[in-house]
Design a protein around this ligand. Structure first.
Ligand code: NAD
Length: 249
């Protein structure tokens, strides 16, 4: 489905990004994993072999992002697909969290997208392409205690729309995906707390957490020609959670 498509996936060393790397590789794409986790990223690239490579990058450092995109384009020979997927959250009400924590969440979840796009778009403009940003349902409606994360992911969703407009006639489609609760290392601590987990399940109409592959499949759709007229959209992949108005069942 993505034969020979040159793809960069940030946060590709774990969780959702790792499953995207696997699925895109299976579908014929050439993939660069861009992540700070060198051990996981190298192991995945070695396991998948030809067509997959790893570049170490700290996405909170703009100079490293510029270097990463340049190296990726050199490795791939061009660029067709950019997946901005790396991210993390922190918990704590506003009067408690440190400003440094807020800034870090913004840097990785939101500012990094500006820097990757800034450097990648001139390459994507050559033949058209697809940008997919991983947002979160926390960016569509708030979560208790996830102030910086909710603000950053809300920013990702609206920045996605802005990019979609600005580059529509360059044939670059830009969409975001908002996952609900997905079983990855990021949410591992929650799945270890049975009571909190049960409470969470109650808030998901399908009564289960998603698998990272279920997000990767939507990424594959958005990256492919199946989505050739889809741009500027945010797709919630959350077992129905965002469709529910919160009234008792
Ligand atoms: P994960 O922790 O399994 O993977 C995140 C990857 O991003 C890791 O490989 C990590 O090394 C990388 N990363 C983090 N900070 C980085 C940095 N500064 N520089 C380079 N790489 C960095 O998490 P995941 O659950 O797969 O999350 C992927 C995306 O999905 C994130 O944007 C997250 O916010 C979003 N998301 C996840 C869930 C969920 O329930 N898991 C829900 C909504 C949104």
């Amino acid at each position: 489905m993505l034969q020979n498509k040159k793809t960069v996936i940030t946060g590709g060393a774990s969780g959702i990004g790792e499953q995207a790397v696997r699925l895109f590789h299976e579908n014929g794409a050439q993939v660069v994993i861009a992540d700070m986790n060198e051990a996981n990223g190298t192991a995945l690239a070695n396991e998948l072999g030809e067509g997959v490579s790893f570049i170490k990058v700290d996405l909170s450092i703009p100079e490293e992002i510029e270097q990463m995109i340049a190296s990726a384009v050199e490795t791939l020979g061009a660029l067709d697909i950019l997946i901005n997927n790396a991210g993390f959250g922190t918990y704590g009400r506003t009067h408690i969290i440190a400003p440094e924590t807020w800034y870090k969440v913004m840097e990785v979840n939101l500012n990094a997208l500006f820097h990757t796009c800034r450097h990648a778009i001139p390459h994507l403009m050559k033949n058209g392409g697809s940008i997919i940003n991983t947002a979160s349902v926390s960016g569509t409606r708030a979560d208790y205690g996830f102030n910086a994360y909710a603000a950053a992911k809300g920013g990702v969703i609206n920045y996605t729309r802005n990019l979609a407009l600005d580059y529509a006639t360059d044939n670059i489609r830009v969409n975001s995906i908002s996952p609900g609760l997905i079983k990855t290392p990021l949410t591992g601590p929650l799945t270890g707390q049975p009571e909190a987990y049960r409470e969470y399940m109650h808030n998901i109409p399908m009564s289960r957490a998603g698998e990272p592959q279920e997000i990767a499949k939507v990424m594959l759709f958005l990256a492919s020609d199946l989505a050739s007229f889809v741009t500027g959209q945010n797709i919630c992949v959350d077992g129905g959670a965002s469709a529910w108005n919160g009234q008792p069942r």
